[in-house]
Design a binder for this molecule. Structure first.
Ligand SMILES: [Zn+2]
Length: 181
C-alpha cells in the first residue's frame, strides 16, 4: 500500500508476516518505507506514521516529494537508454571474444555495476549509462571473463587484461562513480 502523505510524499507500506513491530526505513528512491505486521489495517498504519513523525523527520534522510519524482524520472530515462544499448554491447563483445552467456539482465541495485551468476546470466546496472564508455566496456568485459573464472584469481585478471589492457585504471576510475540512480 502507498500512503500519500503531505510531509513525506509517497510512503510505502510493506506488510510482512515476519514483522513484529513497526520499522521505518528509506527506500532506494528516497521514499519513506514502513514495514508492519501482516494484519495491520490502513488506519493503524497511518496512526503509526503520525505518532512517529518527529523521530522520522530527525533520523531518516527522506527526499522531498519533488526529488522522489525526479529520481523516478531519471531512472526511467536511464532504463530506456540501457535497454537500447547494454544487451547489444554485451552481445558484441561476447561474439568478438567467443563467450556464450544465457541471458542479460538489467538491474538498478545501488551497490554493484554488474554480476555474473553460475547459470551464466550476466546482470548489468543501468547506472552504467552514466559512466564513460571505456569504463562501461570494462565492466562488460569483466563480467564476461567471469564466465570462465567465477573468482578474482590471477587467471581471471589475466583474461580481463587480454581484452582491456587498461583494466587497472578503469577499475580505479569506476570508484569515482556511484552505481545507484
Ligand atoms: Zn568480478
Amino acid at each position: 500500500m502507498i500512503i500519500n502523505d503531505k510531509e513525506f510524499g509517497e510512503v510505502i507500506v510493506r506488510r510482512s508476516p515476519l514483522a513484529r513491530g513497526v520499522k521505518f526505513t528509506v527506500s532506494t528512491s528516497g521514499r519513506l518505507a514502513m514495514s508492519v505486521p501482516k494484519h495491520t489495517s490502513d488506519f493503524l498504519a497511518k496512526r503509526f506514521l503520525n505518532s512517529n513523525r518527529k523521530a522520522i523527520r530527525e533520523k531518516l534522510p527522506i527526499k522531498d516529494p519533488n526529488e522522489q519524482r525526479a529520481r523516478d524520472y531519471q531512472k526511467k530515462v536511464l532504463m530506456k537508454k540501457a535497454r537500447e544499448y547494454l544487451p547489444y554491447r554485451l552481445e558484441y563483445y561476447a561474439k568478438r571474444y567467443g563467450y556464450t552467456y544465457s541471458k542479460c539482465r538489467l538491474t538498478h541495485a545501488n551497490t554493484r555495476w554488474g554480476s555474473c551468476s553460475s547459470n551464466r546470466t550476466i546482470s548489468l546496472n543501468i547506472g552504467l549509462m552514466k559512466v564513460p564508455e571505456p569504463l562501461r566496456d570494462y565492466v562488460i568485459l569483466h563480467e564476461l571473463a567471469h564466465l570462465n573464472h567465477m573468482d578474482h584469481s590471477k587467471a581471471f585478471w589475466a583474461e580481463v587484461g587480454s581484452h582491456d589492457k587498461n583494466y587497472r585504471s578503469h577499475e580505479k576510475k569506476l570508484k569515482m562513480f556511484n552505481p545507484g540512480v
